[in-house]
Ligand binder design. Structure first.
Ligand SMILES: C[S@@+](CC[C@H](N)C(=O)[O-])C[C@H]1O[C@@H](n2cnc3c(N)ncnc32)[C@H](O)[C@@H]1O
Length: 343
């Protein structure tokens, strides 16, 4: 079995498909069904094209606070949000600070993780190896870019990022090739990075994903500190939700889903390896009760309408009255990478 064959199903499926249509929000109907009836003040921590925010408003939310770290998402929202008046509050920021950005207790929080199709489709944002562009990858359009990272990080750090954030088995070989290439000339474009990675791996068979899929995912996660954001965002939701408030998270790859699953297991007092057929134990200190005991994926109709939804998973939990607790990201499986720059 080649390392390509070992790719998780969702990772093989994603990059050769058309980008996610911004007008088709993923898993929105199952999400709304799981959190019904929708009432009160909700927070959408990943506004994007606003599909979830609009869905929540139509389902009965009094008001939705829409947060995104990408200034472009906020600019675009200005036009579609106007008819909703003060039922939509737009905030530029990161969901790791959602409790302070909201400033008041919430009835619900939704997070739809990852990049939007608007971001993937714009070559100049540098997220896609399918389109050549500057190696940027910053959702917020500020801070350290993909090019900064690949041109300055130490080889061991690059290898750790590729391995832990992309599950790339050839991480050391690719890191070595990146360092060799950048000593000749800085790596500044997505096409150049994709070419360097592709040369380290076997040619993909028909139906397999581009060899750079995992490396691009890993570097994007590192550039946007996505796993730290996720851990802090889950903890912030725990602090911000009222007793009875709902948390719904949609993930797009197994690494993200593992972190959300582990958080909800810990926060709901479920043991990680408990027999799934045994009745759920009641833990009076639990900060959440699980609404979905197992992750919910797309049904056949959604898969047919939007093949990119294939890798999406929804988990929903309800906040209890137990006090919020501090969280060590390592406890929910966030890989700890010590970043070292080139000396
Ligand atoms: C998959 S899209 C969301 C799509 C949205 N649910 C819709 O229906 O249009 C993810 C969005 O979340 C934003 N995002 C990702 N991580 C973020 C973070 N930590 N804080 C704030 N926004 C984030 C991205 O910039 C992107 O616009």
């Amino acid at each position: 079995m080649s390392s390509r064959d070992a790719l998780p199903r969702e990772d093989r499926a994603r990059d050769d498909l058309p980008a996610r249509d911004p007008h088709i929000p993923v898993l929105l109907q199952p999400l709304l069904a799981a959190v019904a009836p929708v009432r009160g003040l909700w927070l959408d921590g990943t506004l994007g094209a606003g599909g979830y925010t609009r869905g929540l408003l139509e389902a009965g939310a009094d008001c939705v606070i829409g947060i995104d770290r990408d200034p472009l998402a906020l600019q675009m929202a200005a036009s579609w949000a106007a008819p909703h008046g003060d039922r939509v509050r737009l905030v530029e920021g990161t969901f790791s600070a959602l409790d302070t950005l909201a400033g008041e207790p919430l009835d619900g929080v939704v997070l739809d993780l990852g990049v939007s199709s608007m971001q993937l489709d714009q070559a100049e944002r540098g997220f896609s190896f399918m389109k050549d562009g500057p190696l940027d990858m910053r959702m917020s359009q500020s801070g350290t870019s993909g090019a900064d990272l690949v041109n300055t990080a130490e080889e061991t750090t690059l290898a750790d990022i590729l391995y832990h954030y992309g599950e790339e088995r050839a991480s050391r070989r690719i890191a070595r090739a990146i360092v060799a290439a950048r000593t000749l000339e800085p790596i500044t474009t997505t096409a150049r990075l994709a070419e360097i990675v592709a040369k380290c791996l076997p040619r993909p068979k028909p139906g397999q994903s581009h060899p750079a899929t995992r490396s691009f995912q890993a570097i994007r996660i590192a550039v946007n500190t996505e796993f730290t954001e996720l851990a802090e965002g889950l903890a912030a939701a725990e602090r911000a939700l009222k007793p009875g408030g709902l948390l719904a998270v949609v993930t797009f790859h197994s690494l993200e889903d593992r972190i959300v699953k582990r958080f909800l297991q810990l926060a709901s007092g479920q043991e990680a390896n408990a027999n799934r057929y045994a009745p759920a134990k009641t833990d009076t200190n639990a900060r959440f009760d699980l609404v979905t005991r197992r992750a919910v994926g797309p049904d056949d109709a959604e898969l047919a309408a939007n093949p990119r939804s294939r890798s999406a998973k929804l988990r929903v939990a309800r906040r209890t009255a137990a006090p919020a607790m501090s969280l060590d990201p390592a406890d929910i499986g966030v890989p700890q990478i010590v970043k070292k720059g080139r000396r």
